[in-house]
Design a protein around this ligand. Structure first.
Ligand SMILES: Nc1ncnc2c1ncn2[C@@H]1O[C@H](COP(=O)(O)OP(=O)(O)OP(=O)(O)O)[C@@H](O)[C@H]1O
Length: 301
């Protein structure tokens, strides 16, 4: 495990913001750390980066305890929280060169980073005039300069347009697949991370509600029978009268909880024999966004 926390808790005054978190982030993963606003994501990230002092529990990174190996561990982590620290009056390249000379890195490394985050063409433009997405990519390039093993990003796609989101996503996938990094990335939108994350942790009110690989998340979603049918309202009423639960009615679609193949065939037969026009019928899994909402909402009740 690259990151492993056990019983990690944190209070701001009397408010417990992080509750006994046990995070397991495997090497070479893109770990999507998901939760609604105020769930405790930033606080957790600050604990991982030692920007807040651990009050209870433990954090181990690269197999070593953070409290006892702070400098060694932190020197191998690149991070981006909130706004990237960029000099607006300098160009993107100058921002990188400044940092590179502080770290005693070569100019070649600056060019490599500009290429990696696709800012070569805009390298000589003032960073203050960059779009939000370009600023985020410059921030990531700054974090990657010293070639860290682990990258921790707090909501890097927040406020970006769809193209900006895709560019960050492709960059993170490349970092893991071609550069062998591990990426820990927080977000409040499952749809933004589901296309890139290999692992997911869902947090709400400071508590971890789900952790596992993305496939596990899909498998806990309850399967449904999706029936594409004419006149959905009439068909739904007909099914209910015949003892079949209709979970949802959409424009041309009815959703019925899936129990078995035989039950699915029986639903089909019932509708057809009852004179309803069935265009298609198939087993589907709840969409991940809905699943995320149901996990986080359930926890609020
Ligand atoms: N410095 C602070 N002092 C007191 N309370 C704080 C402080 N920072 C955060 N909190 C509270 O801790 C809780 C968790 O905040 P945190 O920023 O960790 O959540 P988050 O999941 O990152 O949310 P967001 O996506 O909105 O940043 C919130 O209720 C917040 O008000």
């Amino acid at each position: 495990m690259v990151i492993q926390t056990e019983g990690l808790s944190f209070n701001f005054g009397i408010q417990q913001v992080v509750k006994s978190l046990s995070l397991h982030v495997p090497e070479g993963s893109i770990y999507g750390f998901l939760g609604p606003n105020g769930a405790g994501k930033t606080t957790t990230i600050k604990l991982l980066l030692n920007l807040l002092k651990t009050q209870e529990g433990s954090i181990s990174i690269f197999g070593e305890d953070l409290q006892h190996n702070r400098i060694k561990i932190l020197s191998q982590i690149g991070s981006l929280i909130e706004q990237p620290a960029i000099y607006a009056h300098l160009s993107g390249k100058e921002n990188l060169q400044n940092r590179a000379s502080l770290l005693q890195l070569s100019r070649k490394r600056v060019d490599e980073m500009l290429n990696l985050v696709q800012l070569e063409e805009a390298a000589d433009k003032k960073a203050g005039n960059y779009s939000l997405g370009m600023k985020q990519r410059l921030g990531i390039a700054l974090a990657l300069l010293p070639d860290p093993r682990l990258l921790i990003l707090d909501e890097p796609t927040n406020g970006l347009d769809p193209n900006g989101i895709i560019e960050i996503r492709e960059l993170l996938i490349k970092l893991v697949s071609e550069h062998k990094k591990t990426v820990f990335v927080s977000s409040h939108m499952l749809s933004e991370v589901e296309k890139m994350a290999t692992h997911v942790g869902i947090i709400n009110h400071g508590e971890l509600l789900f952790q596992g690989d993305v496939k596990d998340l899909e498998s806990i979603s309850q399967p449904m029978i999706q029936v594409e049918v004419a006149n959905t309202d009439v068909a739904a009423q007909f099914l209910s009268q015949n003892g079949i639960i209709v979970a949802d009615i959409k424009k041309d679609i009815l959703l019925v909880p899936y129990t078995s193949q035989a039950a699915m065939a029986a639903t089909n037969r019932l509708l057809v024999e009852g004179g309803h026009t069935v265009y298609s019928i198939r087993k589907v899994h709840k969409d991940l966004e809905q699943l995320f909402l149901s996990i986080t909402q359930k926890a609020q009740v």
